[in-house]
Design a protein around this ligand. Structure first.
Ligand code: NAD
Length: 471
């Protein structure tokens, strides 16, 4: 246990403490230099690991209450994901934190140059509800590894997980440096008024703009992990059975409420029927004859989102699914045939279990329309053709590209994760997260023993021509 663990949990952030008091306390801790010590950082990451291991049952229960997540899904996409992130970070921290030597040009000799990663200060992490544990703690891992103090604001739309996080964090971590504040719009607005050194936000685009505007008042750094419509292209040479299996896995995990879930399919007409048949077969294989009652199938986070999703189905050409259980907040895995380009389904991020299937004569034909849309967080392509694979990777912009699978790129901590354009600003996971929440400070150290006069006035024509050759 950390030094903080003996304190009662309500000693960290209680209702009585204003957000400003908490913020000042974190800044005061940062000013002591305590978090610069990599030993301290490792101790906090180890304590977080212990929290996840000791409390995994309670965490799984809370994820079930908030989102109907099965134990297996909670483990793979939240708890297990975080544990491997911590293990990787602990393994690499010494290397990431080491000064990074770079060469020094002739004009600056004798001298040496390097880059050191220094912590930013106090980082505000604002999480989203769909992976309410992973999305608040993964940025926290990066922030602690980089030596920052952290204030966590979990999503109020996953209330059980949010309150459990607030209860557990102070029990395990150093509560002079890591704090949790629960709440929704009002509390977040209060937090955003404070001059944080960095704000790490995960959520929708509209609030992302509010966060960016608030950050501009203090010139706080920002990371915006947003969403959007992630397309999934299926070309005729793909292995249709494997493609369908992987699409069903990626689309209906957490009931489609995943920022990198395939939002819609674009399929070549000649394999469309085969793909639809294979997807329907796979839904049955993975979730049984009645997916809505499967223990492995989650629920929609709340009634507002369920109604939003239902409205997308009005007048839609439903191929399969479409059933809704209002009481349990569940919608069946649903396939929709060729929705209109101007429909809600094709204009807004679906963020639910509806999968539109858009037909194209050839994948190449669909790329112009795809490139005219906002840049997606993820782009999926199923193909057996190297030429098409390379063309799409090279010419279509997206936060991440995954060929012949969905979402698997998230399992590789060596790959940076983040959006581009409307899908976000900045990146994290592994070293990318460490760098994102560090300032990469340039250092040059010179010597006194040689001081060439060339750069000093008075200047002459020979000095200028020598400088032109040297610089
Ligand atoms: P959300 O409703 O949980 O909101 C996110 C956070 O913003 C919450 O902590 C909430 O309290 C805060 N918030 C809400 N309204 C606010 C306001 N007016 N002012 C200040 N703060 C406010 O989550 P959401 O926005 O519904 O999340 C869904 C979106 O997030 C989707 O677009 C999805 O693609 C995206 N997302 C992205 C990632 C990623 O890693 N890139 C991950 C998950 C979700």
């Amino acid at each position: 246990m950390q030094e903080s663990s003996s304190r009662p949990s309500d000693n960290t952030v209680s209702e009585q403490q204003s957000v400003e008091t908490v913020f000042n306390q974190l800044n005061a801790t940062f000013a002591t230099g305590k978090t610069l010590d990599t030993g301290w950082r490792k101790s906090q990451l180890t304590a977080l690991k212990r929290l996840l291991e000791d409390e995994s049952d309670a965490l799984q229960d809370s994820l079930y209450k908030d989102l109907g997540k099965s134990k297996a899904e909670s483990w793979t996409s939240e708890i297990g994901f975080l544990l491997s992130d911590i293990k990787h970070t602990l393994h690499c921290l010494k290397r990431w934190a080491k000064p990074r030597k770079v060469s020094t040009p002739l004009v600056a000799q004798p001298g040496k140059s390097y880059v050191i990663a220094e912590p930013l200060g106090t980082v505000l992490v604002i999480g989203a509800w769909n992976y309410p544990l992973q999305l608040i703690l993964a940025p926290c891992i990066a922030a602690l590894a980089a030596g920052n103090c952290v204030l966590l604001k979990p999503s109020e739309l996953a209330p059980t997980t949010s309150s459990l996080i607030q209860k557990l964090i102070p029990r395990y971590l150093d509560n002079t440096a890591i704090a949790v504040i629960e709440g929704g719009k009002d509390e977040t607005t209060d937090l955003l008024a404070l001059p944080f050194d960095h704000i790490f936000y995960t959520g929708g685009e509209a609030v992302g703009k509010i966060v960016m505007q608030a950050a501009s008042r203090h010139l706080s750094g920002i990371t915006l992990e947003l969403g959007g419509k992630s397309p999934c292209l299926v070309e005729r040479s793909a292995d249709i059975a494997v493609a369908a299996r992987r699409i069903v896995w990626g689309k209906w995990m957490n009931c489609g409420q995943t920022c990198v879930a395939p939002d819609y399919i674009v399929v070549e007409a000649c394999v469309k029927d085969a793909l639809i048949a294979a997807i329907i077969k796979e839904i049955r294989a993975q979730y049984g004859k009645a997916p809505m009652t499967s223990a492995d199938y989650g629920k929609i986070v709340n009634k507002r989102h369920l109604h939003r999703l239902e409205s997308y189905l009005e007048g839609a050409n439903i191929i399969s699914g479409g059933q809704v259980d209002h009481e349990r907040c569940v919608m069946a895995p649903t396939l929709v045939d060729d929705p209109a380009a101007d429909s809600g389904l094709m204009q807004e991020e679906i963020f639910g279990p509806i999968l539109p299937i858009v037909t194209t004569p050839q994948i190449f034909d669909s790329l112009v329309a795809l490139k005219a849309r906002p840049k997606p967080l993820a782009l999926y392509l199923f193909t057996g053709s190297r030429e098409i694979e390379e063309h799409v990777i090279r010419t279509v912009s997206a936060g991440s590209v995954c060929i012949n699978d969905t979402m698997m790129f998230m399992t590789n901590p060596e790959l940076p994760f983040g959006g581009v354009g409307n899908s976000g600003i900045g990146r994290y996971h592994g070293k990318a997260g460490f760098d994102q929440l560090s300032h990469l400070k340039a250092v040059m150290v010179r010597k006194f023993w040689l001081d060439v006069k060339l750069r000093y006035a008075p200047f002459s024509s020979w000095k200028l021509s020598a400088l032109k050759k040297l610089l």
